[in-house]
Design a protein around this ligand. Structure first.
Ligand code: AMP
Length: 193
């Protein structure tokens, strides 16, 4: 059965991290997207895990859309071999466009850029700005502490447990994409073009 998802946004490190498992997981994510004929939306850089996911999808003949702010493009951080590179004027515009283009969002290991991106997507979900699912690819427990922090916010009365109804986590990229695909709003976006 074809996936109800069409485009998936992957947030991940602009560095490779210190464990081989991170890069391996980035390649596996690229292959999982290819197997399901899903387009990749990402931050448009050629560096770190971002570059690994993008290269894996491109090498397999898939489509990759990068969305990068002009300032980063000018610093020659943009990937030059993408299917499509959209250059925008600000980080805010970038995130809005990534949200708009995508049917689901996956965070892989990364730093504060990755955290900020996935948390903003979850915030927009909580505010019902979009109904789309998200996933944490918890490579070697990388996201255990974030999951604990989110649980602490629920236990502490700062957010309802339902705010995480659209968030999945797991160690297998294919299973995570399947969870997003069966989420009620997995293809509710009417993403343009
Ligand atoms: P970080 O996790 O701090 O390495 O930031 C990675 C996230 O921020 C990615 O998902 C990108 O969207 C964005 N980002 C950070 N650095 C770059 C870069 N050099 N080129 C393109 N995007 C970047």
């Amino acid at each position: 059965m074809p996936s109800p998802l069409r485009r998936v946004c992957v947030f991940c490190g602009s560095n490779l991290g210190d464990r081989p498992a991170y890069e391996q997981a980035a390649r596996a994510m690229g292959r999982s997207l290819l197997e399901r004929d899903l387009e990749l939306v990402f931050g448009g850089g050629h560096v770190g895990l971002m570059g690994v996911v993008a290269d894996t999808v491109l090498e397999g003949g898939g489509r990759v859309i990068g969305v990068i702010p002009r300032a980063l493009e000018e610093r020659e951080l943009a990937h030059r071999g993408l299917t499509e590179l959209r250059v925008v004027s600000s980080m805010h515009e970038r995130k809005a466009m990534m949200e708009n283009l995508s049917d689901a969002f996956i965070a892989m290991p990364g730093g504060i850029g990755t955290f900020e991106e996935i948390l903003e997507i979850l915030t927009w979900s909580q505010l019902e700005i979009h109904p789309k699912p998200s996933g944490l690819l918890n490579v070697e427990g990388y996201y255990d502490t974030l999951i604990a922090l989110l649980d602490q916010a629920i236990d502490g009365g700062f957010m309802p447990a339902s705010s995480l109804d659209s968030l999945y986590s797991g160690t297998d990229s294919g299973a995570l994409l399947e969870a997003c695909a069966v989420h009620p709003a997995g293809r509710a976006s009417g993403a343009p073009g």
